[in-house]
Ligand binder design. Structure first.
Ligand SMILES: C[S@@+](CC[C@H](N)C(=O)[O-])C[C@H]1O[C@@H](n2cnc3c(N)ncnc32)[C@H](O)[C@@H]1O
Ligand code: SF4
Length: 490
């Protein structure tokens, strides 16, 4: 694709708008133009009071031209107003050209709820927030309502926590095998899996050191989240050892929530679930992704739907209070007729939480690197799956409680967590809205220090891969974290 800009505009942002309509577009100055090269030309100018934009989209003989103007306001930098005018003109030209209106309008960021929050915090009612999101970003009404409803739900949860509360994230970047869509850092080969014992030893040391900082600062740990990878890749003895270590340094009986993201059915056993329950775990994920064996096979997910049902049933029998199930919409070979059965069967099972993701094209996933057909171009079918999920969960009394969007997601659609009333995953909300300090342990873990209700944030990154993590000196690494935390909090 060719994007030509004139005037004072950020062309990177306009590229992201182009990609709403041409998701595989590559932008280069040298590309030769032929009959099927889309060419966008965007021009911006301004008067003292107003930004003016003109955008045209041409392919072959066909051109659509649109204009947009936006008045400058006191609290928005002039540059931003120009970008918005340019984006809206381009969006309008591309929508007419492609006969397609992206549901999230010109919004390309990952947290639509943040924009809803800003409006709610400025005193807007639900109706005003929805109206403002629609006119500022050209959102479909249903998306503006979804973002607003979730922000309102989340803000009620967030109010229960103070600056002295924090969470603990524990990273287990190991899986039995790799699923084709996934780009999470996770070791899967026999040789790399043999690092697990050393990895656990290092992590236990880090947990001990971290607990001293948490105590010294007078923090109250409210949630613990063990994520991955697949934490139940650990065998029974390893899992028990890790959970005992957490018990030794934190009072897990006092936690508001304790999640183990077990995930893959082929790693879940009755014994592992019992260990979790005995250590006060309150929430566990058992993730089918799809309830169609062919779709699971297409993405190299090495378990069947039968195994999922068995693992799910064991999780129910274990007495762990809350179960989450993750789904992905848009997997290769899936479509509305197959997916609708998946979501119907999941709703029938009635887990407390359902998280419906839209497939995101991850650069380092096998699906992308091996050039497989990532997802159908028929975004209307995907959008139907997303809409159906929202309708069928609502009819079964689920509430959408958290949401995020990922870069390169199919149809630019969202990921939404649904919960039965009062069973929301608190960690997901506090983490996503960046209002809460999260101390993170292990390879790839990112500690997020927050202050002033999330106005100030500092991230501290652990080494990304287990090998790098193991090569570091724990005390030296911890000293860096401690110094950063002490200077951040003053
Ligand atoms: C940390 S991951 C995996 C948890 C666990 N290992 C499992 O596979 O069940 C959390 C969730 O992200 C979602 N996910 C992973 N890769 C994705 C992708 N490329 N696009 C959309 N969702 C994805 C899956 O639903 C997955 O369950
Ligand atoms: S989706 Fe889960 S099990 Fe599959 S590779 Fe990613 S983290 Fe591992």
């Amino acid at each position: 694709m060719k994007l030509i800009t004139e005037g004072d505009i950020n062309s990177y942002y306009l590229q992201t708008v182009c990609m709403l309509f041409f998701p595989r577009a590559k932008f280069s100055n040298t590309e030769t133009i032929n009959a099927d090269t889309p060419v966008a030309i965007v021009k911006v100018s301004s008067s003292e009071k107003t930004a003016y934009a003109e955008a045209s989209l041409t392919m072959g003989e066909r051109t659509v031209l649109k204009y947009y103007s936006e008045d400058f306001t006191e609290n928005v930098p002039k540059q931003n107003t120009k970008s918005i005018a340019a984006s809206k003109a381009l969006f309008s030209a591309a929508s007419e050209f492609c006969k397609y209106n992206p549901p999230w309008g010109i919004l390309t960021g990952v947290r639509p709820t943040k924009l809803a929050f800003d409006r709610i915090n400025a005193g807007m009612t639900k109706e005003q927030t929805v109206k403002s999101l629609r006119s500022d970003y050209l959102l479909y009404p249903k998306k503006a309502i979804l973002a607003t409803d979730i922000a309102r739900y989340e803000s009620k949860v967030i109010k229960n926590y103070t600056e002295k509360d924090c969470s603990l994230y524990i990273s287990i970047p190991f899986c039995p095998t790799r699923c084709a869509y996934c780009s999470f850092v996770s070791y899967t080969t026999k040789k790399l899996l043999s690092l697990i014992p050393d990895y656990l030893t290092a992590m236990k040391e880090e947990i001990k050191l971290l607990s001293s900082l948490i105590k010294e600062r007078g923090y109250n740990v409210v949630t613990v989240y063990i994520g991955g990878g697949t934490p139940t890749t650990l065998d029974e003895a390893q899992l028990s050892d890790l959970l005992s270590c957490i018990d030794m340094y934190f009072d897990t009986e006092l936690l508001r929530e304790y999640t183990v993201e077990a995930g893959r059915a082929d790693t879940i056993t009755k014994e592992k679930l019992k260990i979790c329950k005995d250590h006060n775990v309150t929430r566990v994920s058992v993730n089918p992704q799809s309830l169609c064996d062919q779709v699971l096979q297409n993405v190299g997910r090495m378990h069947t739907t039968k195994q999922f049902y068995k693992a799910y049933d064991m999780a129910v029998q274990s007495g762990i209070p809350h179960i989450n199930t993750d789904l992905i919409i848009g997997l290769p070979g899936d479509n509305f007729s197959i997916y609708s059965q998946t979501i119907e069967k999941i709703v029938e099972l009635s887990p407390d939480n359902i998280t419906a993701h839209t497939l995101a094209a991850k650069k380092s996933s096998v699906l992308t690197t091996e050039g497989g057909e990532l997802f159908t171009e028929d975004y209307r079918d995907l959008a139907k799956c997303v809409d159906y999920t929202q309708i069928i969960t609502k009819n079964a009394d689920y509430i959408p409680y958290y949401m995020y969007r990922q870069k390169n997601s199919a149809g630019n659609l969202e990921n939404v967590g649904f919960c039965k009333k009062g069973t929301e995953c608190i960690y997901n909300i506090l983490m996503m809205e960046e209002v809460h300090t999260i101390f993170a342990v292990g390879a790839g873990a990112v500690t997020k220090l927050t202050r002033d209700g999330g106005e100030k944030i500092q991230r501290v990154f652990n080494p990304k891969y287990p090998y790098e993590y193991l090569a570091k000196n724990r005390e030296e690494e911890f000293k860096k974290l401690r110094d950063t935390a002490l200077s951040f909090y003053g």
